[in-house]
Design a protein around this ligand. Sequence first.
Ligand SMILES: NC(=O)c1ccc[n+]([C@@H]2O[C@H](COP(=O)([O-])OP(=O)(O)OC[C@H]3O[C@@H](n4cnc5c(N)ncnc54)[C@H](O)[C@@H]3O)[C@@H](O)[C@H]2O)c1
Length: 460
Amino acid sequence: MSRAIPIAELIHTRNTAPGPTDTARPRPVGSVYMGGFRAPALADVHLAIIGIGERSMSQIELLAQIPHADIVGLCDLNAEAATAAASQVEALCGTRPALFCGDADAYLRMLRELRPDAVMINTAWEQHASMAIAVMEHGAHALVEVPLATTLDGLWQVVDAAERTQRHCMMLENVNYGRDELMFLNMVRQGLIGELLHGEAAYIHELRHQMLAEHDWRSGHFAARNGNLYPTHGVGPIAQYMSIARGEDTFERIVSLGSPARGRELFARAELSDNHPLQGTRFDCADINTSIIRTRLGRTIMVQWDETSPRPYDRKNLIQGTRGTLAGFPTRMAGDFLGEATPVNPHPADGYNRDLHPWWCGAEAEAEMHARWDHPLYRRLGARAIALDKRGGMNYLLFARIIECLHRGEALDQNVYEGALWSAIAPLSEKSVHEGGMPQLFPDFTRGDWKHTTPLGIVP
Ligand SMILES: NC(=O)c1ccc[n+]([C@@H]2O[C@H](COP(=O)([O-])OP(=O)(O)OC[C@H]3O[C@@H](n4cnc5c(N)ncnc54)[C@H](O)[C@@H]3O)[C@@H](O)[C@H]2O)c1
């Protein structure tokens, strides 16, 4: 499906139980496992973008300044947005990308006529899977905004398409490139916090104002679905620390429960005009969802999601091991390893507090942490990333790594199976909520091959 689903149509699907939990599906003959996949190196990466909305407008300026990235095509229903973005690219790079606008299938023309090397998909959630499949079937690598798909069947179709066409399909989980997320990965890989036991992830971001957008496709999801609908920003880094689906461990099951759904309806009453289409809409989606994943090794991960309630932004980013705990929002650390590893004694002098392992935190501590443990990628590109990227550098680092890997013919940092597994939290949590919190098994999108897939190392 290449169009955003109108809200009324999405609401129509309400009250139908989400699809069954999918288990093993044999790999079709001729398809190839894509963990660790490397494509032939590209001198320059000819890049096209589908969907020039909020996300693209803030990213195009960054993309245009990445060595070996050549933006050749832009596609949107709306010619005005695409034209403005093309002018931005031209001003920065000196060449103007071709425009494909005006109808829902223009992106197919772009794929046929331009034959780009890679295509970024920045459209509504429910459009990602079909667009990613079309991109790969036209011979390009698919770079897909979060989530990879909204249903288990859609996720399997994306995985099957990547294996059939042997094209990269990476979900663009930018949070994995945050400075602290990279630093924690670096520390975990050095074994500083011991054996990993537990993680806490969240996407708590008050975004009710998105209901005011002219083309609001999100409210349909909030009305018709009830689960943890946007889990990947929180869970992506935790999954990478634990090498989920890459050699060490994988997600086994999930349980999920939601709070009452109140905030969206209240916001509509307070902020939208009396004749607004969302006025009087019943929103099924809990204001805050809490899910717990258990991994094959018996580790636990709490994943929370709330884009509705008036509370501070939080992604938790907590990883706990046998020797210590690292956490975000604010950045802090505790544990046995600190006493040995840092010259700053984090513990107050009295023995009582010492036993409680108080957090080591604050501006001074943070500066010391970064000096000691910043990830080598951040040390190499961080200054440029921060100078160009208003969101702390994570988007620049994401794009720079993708283009660098495609240019060198190296494996990308996130494979299609990781994107599928992280995205599967949404439909599985919906099913769990629907069944009163019953556990749901994760499909193994790798069909057992995760066991011999190399964990992501510390890229220099
Ligand atoms: N990683 C992040 O931090 C982050 C941040 C914001 C948004 N996102 C993701 O980015 C995606 C886009 O979000 P957004 O806020 O930019 O949405 P948006 O509504 O502002 O933009 C979507 C664009 O897609 C266009 N579009 C719709 N159908 C199309 C079609 N058939 N062909 C071409 N264009 C089409 C629309 O006209 C619109 O301009 C979402 O998946 C969202 O989850 C990610």
